[in-house]
Design a protein around this ligand. Structure first.
Ligand SMILES: NC(=O)c1ccc[n+]([C@@H]2O[C@H](COP(=O)([O-])OP(=O)(O)OC[C@H]3O[C@@H](n4cnc5c(N)ncnc54)[C@H](O)[C@@H]3O)[C@@H](O)[C@H]2O)c1
Length: 261
């Protein structure tokens, strides 16, 4: 394990039960691993059954996989019901599943726009909406949305993706204020460029020369490299844990200073 992958482990989430969407791969998988290492029980909710079931098997009795398309509110509802049935409660939701748009403005057609909005923004909205009743039954909870540095800065491509991540950040603030009455905290993590399957697929779809594009992206990073998923996961542990009891409506930017240079 490289230094960048190394994660601490303890019991910062002992007794908590979480649903993590988009948990089969990438940042979501790293979050699920860290949550279990910190004492949580986790439902991995994702479309990718093969990778999700493999990860759940590796994590053992503290994890279960539920097939879920976050763009379908009924699927989210079913995942939360399965979580409550299996682990007794729902304390934490990580709204993490998302897809990238791969086009700039003029090349984005209505179908692409709709799909991105349905997964990235509608998925987060209905994740929050459907989780409220479950968390109320649990006496409160914590929701962590995955936004992005692309909610903060622009780029010459990925235009629909930028719009949805800006929406996720605004949604985070709105829900934080609205759900104080339900003892539910709502925060967001804004990852910087992170080495995941999603990143690789996005660059492959947009770049003429993949290696050159990755090298030029890396050169734009103040730290000269991308994050590893394990380096992002700790922010989710903090925001989901009782250490963050007074933190709500916040965005935790984990980007190696990409947005501050
Ligand atoms: N990797 C980066 O550089 C980066 C940077 C900033 C933000 N993010 C955000 O982090 C999150 C995770 O990204 P990643 O890079 O790990 O992506 P990834 O593509 O590696 O993993 C995403 C997971 O979401 C799942 N998924 C996709 N559509 C789904 C749907 N409709 N319903 C349920 N699951 C679905 C996929 O099967 C996959 O397991 C996303 O919200 C992404 O926007 C990533």
């Amino acid at each position: 394990m490289s230094g960048a992958d190394r994660t601490g482990a303890g019991a910062r989430l002992a007794g908590k039960v979480a649903v993590v969407t988009g948990a089969s791969n990438g940042i979501g998988a790293a979050v699920a691993r860290r949550f279990v290492a910190e004492g949580a029980r986790v439902v991995l909710a994702d479309l990718d059954e093969r990778a999700g079931r493999a990860l759940a098997g590796e994590l053992g009795a503290a994890a279960a996989f539920e097939r879920c398309d976050v763009s379908r509110p009924a699927d989210l509802q079913a995942a939360f019901e399965a979580c409550e049935a299996r682990f007794g409660r729902l304390d934490v939701l990580v709204n993490n599943a998302a897809i990238q748009s791969t086009h700039d403005f003029e090349a984005t057609d209505e179908a692409e726009w709709q799909r991105i909005v349905d997964v990235n923004l509608k998925g987060a909205f209905f994740g929050i909406r459907q989780a409220i009743a479950f968390m109320r039954r649990a006496g409160g909870g914590a929701i962590v949305n995955t936004s992005s540095t692309f909610a903060i800065v622009g780029s010459p491509g990925y235009s629909a993706y930028h719009a949805t991540k800006g929406g996720v950040s605004a949604l985070t603030r709105a829900a934080a204020v609205s759900l104080i009455k339900d003892r539910i905290r709502v925060n967001a993590v804004c990852p910087g460029t992170t080495m995941t399957e999603g990143l690789v697929a996005g660059v492959r779809a947009t770049a003429v020369d993949y290696d050159a594009a990755m090298a030029s992206y890396a050169a734009l990073q103040p730290m000269g490299r991308f994050a590893q998923p394990g380096e992002i996961a700790g922010a989710y542990v903090f925001l989901a844990s009782d250490e963050a009891s007074f933190v709500t409506g916040a965005e935790l930017v984990v980007d190696g200073a990409y947005t501050v240079v």
